[in-house]
Ligand binder design. Structure first.
Ligand code: NIG
Ligand code: FE
Length: 427
């Protein structure tokens, strides 16, 4: 199956296939070709180039600007898409979400508006525990149905890869239920899905005054079962004030490593938690949130291979400080952005809005925000070998837009509908 997208105004996000992520100064450039074409063969990008280099395709030589060379049957395309001068770019990679959840929490939204903080709501038994109660009462099929809707919603907004966490179960069977739903989603949509086991999202109700007992449950019962069923790609811990300590986190990451699972840690959202250091010391793939970080955290990330990931949607929704994105990049670090799509701190998975917040609130340039939402977020979920850039050999997962004046228009006019089509590789 061959698809040819022609008449592309700008093909953006081109990278050599060997580039795994962009760091520091390199984040400021987005390579592109103007007046280009892109060929996808059997779901993978097989070639691209400027109009003048377009190979001769059957029935295609009549297009303006091309000579009428005789067609070659072996070059026939099955699908010809006219981009009408729009942009073609890689789909967004959303490396941090909790989009499998039951119901919603707009009651707490009212509490927040009335002045309660995230921690106060959690301390009153709301927050994550509230979602855990709802999830417990929801069947696996219903949970799948509700969650799949959210996946379709973000696919239409241009997301082509998504990491989804458990963490609203907090009981072994409910955590497994969530992870099975994530697996069903993975098997039924053409986006790349990565599953993360987040049993240590909050201490389950049955262990209210026994955090250590709950960590035991995570390490001794949950993790072995998750690993035995092959339900997770990564393991996460909410390492923060009022939730889990760096010691709990280290213990869980150690057990995870014994099962061959790498960490992706929630750190430094509510306080300077030590989570960044713990994540880096255990070779975590990413440390996420980072609303509150000092220079020590920046230093410890240097050369670590751990992707710092910021979630500006949570800062926006909870009225928290935004992460020091510019300082991270100035220090030569890479940076990823993700949506954190969840019912409590970021009820949106719109990566274009994330890009806009990155620019408006964190002062990233549009190019830095673009790279943070594509190649770097691909790295943060371990899919950079097949997604996150326009590169020969990667999956043909691309957004085709209306004609746009420039890359900056994407975060600038952040709610103007401009996506004409999102192409996903066939399953
Ligand atoms: O990433 N911080 C921890 N977990 C989520 C929020 C979960 C919730 O409130 O339901 C987050 O913000
Ligand atoms: Fe989160």
């Amino acid at each position: 199956m061959k698809t040819l997208i022609h008449n592309i105004g700008r093909l953006c996000g081109i990278l050599p296939p060997s580039v795994r992520c962009l760091e520091g100064e390199a984040m400021s450039r987005v390579e592109y070709l103007e007046d280009a074409w892109l060929e996808i063969t059997d779901g993978r990008i097989s070639a691209f180039g400027p109009r003048a280099s377009l190979p001769e395709y059957n029935g295609f030589h009549a297009l303006p600007g091309l000579t009428g060379a005789p067609s070659r049957p072996e070059c026939e395309v099955d699908e010809l898409i006219d981009a009408e001068g729009g942009f073609v770019m890689p789909t967004f990679c959303d490396s941090h979400t909790h989009l499998v959840y039951a119901g919603s929490r707009e009651g707490e939204f009212r509490d927040k508006i009335a002045g309660l903080s995230y921690e106060e709501i959690a301390a009153r038994g709301g927050g994550i525990l509230n979602s855990a109660d709802l999830l417990h009462m929801t069947s696996e099929d219903e949970l799948y149905r509700q969650s799949l809707r959210r996946v379709h919603e973000v696919m239409a907004k241009g997301t082509g890869a998504i990491e989804i966490k458990s963490g609203y179960g907090l009981r072994t069977e409910d955590e497994l239920k969530m992870l099975r739903v994530i697996r069903r989603i993975r098997d039924s949509v053409p986006v790349k899905v990565r599953a993360t086991f987040l049993g240590a999202h909050a201490v389950g109700r049955e262990y209210a005054s026994d955090r250590e007992g709950y960590v035991d449950l995570v390490c001794r019962e949950m993790l072995p079962r998750v690993a035995a069923e092959g339900l997770a790609d990564y393991v996460d811990v909410f390492c923060d004030k009022g939730f889990f300590t760096p010691e709990d986190t280290a213990r869980i990451l150690q057990v995870a490593a014994d099962f061959g699972l790498r960490g992706k840690i929630h750190a430094n959202e509510l306080a300077v938690s030590g989570g960044v250091q713990t994540g880096v010391n255990h070779g975590a793939l990413s440390v996420d949130h980072l609303e509150r970080t000092g220079d020590e955290e920046i230093d410890c990330l240097k050369g670590s291979g751990t992707m710092p990931t910021m979630l500006p949607g949570a800062s926006f929704f909870l009225g928290m400080p935004y992460g020091r994105a510019k300082d991270f990049i100035r220090a030569g670090l890479p940076l990823a952005l993700a949506s954190d799509y969840n019912p409590g701190s970021s009820p949106s998975g719109d990566m274009r809005f994330v890009m806009a917040l990155g620019c408006i609130q964190m002062k990233l340039t549009p190019e830095q925000a673009f790279n943070a939402c594509t190649i770097n977020s691909a790295y943060a979920m371990g899919v950079e070998d097949c997604l996150g850039s326009i590169s020969v050999g990667k999956l043909g997962s691309v957004i085709i837009t209306e004609k746009l004046p420039s890359l900056a228009f994407i975060p600038y006019a952040h709610h103007t509908p401009f996506i004409r089509r999102v192409i996903f590789p066939s399953l």
